[in-house]
Every structure is written in C-alpha cells, then in structure tokens.
Design a protein around this ligand. Structure first.
Ligand code: AMP
Length: 360
C-alpha cells in the first residue's frame, strides 16, 4: 500500500489465493514458497523484491536474488531463520543475549537445564513465531519431556535459554539504505501475552539511557549483518537496566505498526523508499502512540461480529483489518492504533477500544 501511494506497482507470491497481500497488489502469484519456478516468475515481473515474514524458503530467495536485488539479502534471512545462527552471530558482534545452550539430545537438555538453572525457556531453532515452538520449564524434572515435545528427539536442535526476569520488553526497527545510512524508529515498549505481542507503547516508558542502548544495539546489528531494508530487534530490559537481544526480524515488524499513524514516515514507506533507492523519510514521532493487536479471540467472543463502530467512535482511533480469510484464537487479524496528547491517555483509549469491540 505504501509503494502504491508513491506510484509503484507490486506483485505478490503466497500460497493463499485471497491472502491479505493479494488484495492490494497489482498481480498475485499463487504458489508454495519453495516453488522455484514461481520464484523465478516473481523475479521476472519485478525490479526489486522483499519478503514480509521470515519463514519463506531461503533457497527460493537465493534463486530470486540471482535475478533481481532482494532486500534484505538472503544471508540476512539465513541468520534470522535460525535461532542458533542468530544467537551465535549476535554473540560474535559482542551483543548481550540471554544465557543459552544448543542441545541435541535429552541428556544434553537435562545437563543444560541443570547448568542454567530453572526456570528456562526451551525453543526450537527454526519455524517458531508468536511463542510457538517454545515451552517454559519450571521444574528441572520436565527437561526431557519439554525437549521431546519440541521435536528434539527427532533430531531437531533445541535452544535452552535462561528465563529473563525482565523489567520491560522493547524493540527498535532500524532502517538501513544501500549506501549504509541508518535511521531508527522510536523505541517501542512491548507487552506480550502468551508469547504474542499484545500492546506497543511509544514512547517507551524507560530511561533515556536504556533507549540509547537499545538504539545503539539495533544499529550495530543492522551494520554487522549488512542489512539493506529493515531489521526489527526485540530486546529484554533487565531489572539491572541491562539490554539483551531476544530476537531479530528482517522485515516490517508488528511492533512497528504504530509508525503508520505515529511517525512522519511509516516502516512500510521507509522500506519501499530504500528498495527503490529513494532518500529515506523522517522517522520522528508525531505524537504519543499506542497499538493494540486484534487477535481472533475478539471475533470468537462476538460470534464473528466485533463492534467496530464502538472502536471508531472513540477519539483518535485507527482501525486496521488485514483481510485474513478466517479467524481463530491467537491469530493476528488486525490492530488498533491510538494517538494521544500523552502515552497514558492513548493507552487508556486503546485498551477501552479493544474491549468495546470484543463485547458480544
Ligand atoms: P520469542 O518468540 O522468542 O520472541 O518469544 C515470545 C515472547 O516470549 C517474548 O517476547 C517474551 O515475552 C517471552 N520470552 C521468550 N524468551 C524468553 C526468555 N528467555 N525469558 C523470558 N521471557 C521470554
């Protein structure tokens, strides 16, 4: 939609016939992500290509990148697709991450849990998102079953990670252009519920020192991985004020959706500008902004008919619905953004708006 606003035409590739992207692009290719013929067709029809989630097929992205520029590059995607490579790359860049071990057998899992100490979070190295492919182990005796539950016994490596008793979660979306210029969007304070992003609050309610550190880390990663495009960096702020990186996403990020109304230039427009070699836009915050996600739960509680008029009847609310074909509990269906004079005021309205939509 951002590219279109600036006059560009777009093509999408997705296995879904009526997926959200297809509803706004000029041409849609229905194909599996690992269909290399379809990937070549996408390259043929495009001047420049990006991906908007990281579980696309890395080989297809490599095939495309031999034909047309792909931003971020396939090497960035490879790092972000695998938590083991991601954590090792971060550590090599000297960036703090929670204590972790990569384990390949039940015995190693038990040993890692003993070394790190409960509680720990066990995570698959690949295909995880929104808290999927994770389990929190609070009792060391459950280490073996958690390892097995994540597919460890079928040969998939598993990350055992210390549970961070964080004060706050924050994220930074960093944009980096072809010539290496970087612009970071304002730090977002994020609240997750059940491993899924629930609320983003901007400006984040933490010290300037923490914000500066979060921005410094995001820029270091963008530079270290040679990202062209966007990279979102999710971080934990510990009670001692230390900033540790949890996860990277080489694309527009849910915690950056607030930028559509909140910032002078949205994360989407910034990516489009970078892809076509235009100057980046100003990333300044226009006003305090809060985003709340709309999961399928809102539809479940209202028999498929949320009350959008209640949302839009509230001051400074903006409704975004993605056009997904069906709802289910935990599925991200849209979000509400609220701007305000103060971040507290915007937060009160955002929570009330979602509650009003959810009332049967
Ligand atoms: P992830 O899929 O790794 O982004 O995890 C989703 C959410 O689970 C995070 O945003 C945190 O709220 C929580 N989480 C993940 N890893 C940890 C950890 N090591 N310690 C505490 N909470 C975590």
């Amino acid at each position: 939609m951002s590219a279109r606003t600036m006059g560009y035409r777009s093509v999408s590739l997705d296995p879904g016939v009526d997926c959200p992207g297809s509803q706004v692009t000029d041409h849609h290719i229905v194909a599996a992500y690992d269909d290399l013929g379809a990937a070549r067709e996408l390259a043929d029809r495009s001047d420049v290509v990006t991906y908007e989630f990281e579980n696309v097929d890395a080989t297809a992205i490599e095939v495309i990148s031999e034909l047309k520029p792909v931003y971020p590059s396939p090497s960035v995607l490879r790092v972000c697709q695998d938590r083991e490579i991601e954590k090792i790359s971060l550590r090599e860049m000297g960036i703090g991450v929670p204590e972790f071990r990569v384990v390949k057998s039940e015995g190693e899992a038990v040993e890692a849990v003993r070394e790190i100490g409960v509680p720990v979070v066990m995570k698959t190295t690949r295909w995880g998102y929104d808290g999927k492919g994770q389990s929190v182990v609070r009792d060391a005796g459950d280490a073996g079953s958690a390892f097995e539950g994540l597919g460890g016994s079928e040969g998939a490596p598993v990350i055992v990670e210390g549970f961070v008793d964080f004060e706050m979660e924050v994220s930074v979306v960093c944009a980096r252009s072809l010539d290496g210029e970087m612009r970071t969007f304002p730090v977002s304070e994020n609240v997750h519920v059940g491993g899924i992003l629930d609320t983003s609050i901007v400006p984040a309610r933490c010290s300037d020192a923490v914000k500066d550190e979060a921005v410094r880390i995001a820029m270091r990663i963008a530079e270290g991985l040679d990202v062209i495009g966007l990279i979102a960096v999710e971080m934990f702020v510990t009670r001692a004020g230390e900033v540790l990186v949890n996860e990277l996403a080489p694309r527009p990020h849910n915690s950056g959706h607030y930028t559509i109304e909140g910032c002078e230039t949205s994360q989407f427009e910034q990516l489009a500008r970078i892809m076509v070699g235009m100057p980046m836009g100003d990333v300044g915050l226009r006003s305090p902004t809060v985003m709340v996600n709309l999961l399928g739960d809102v539809w479940e509680s209202t028999d498929g008919a949320p009350d959008w008029s209640a949302v839009l009847g509230m001051p400074r609310t903006h409704l975004h619905l993605y056009g997904k074909s069906g709802y289910r509990i935990g599925r991200k269906m849209g979000h509400i953004t609220v701007t305000g004079e103060t971040v507290e005021g915007a937060l009160v309205v955002a929570i009330a708006a979602r509650e009003a939509a959810s009332r049967a």
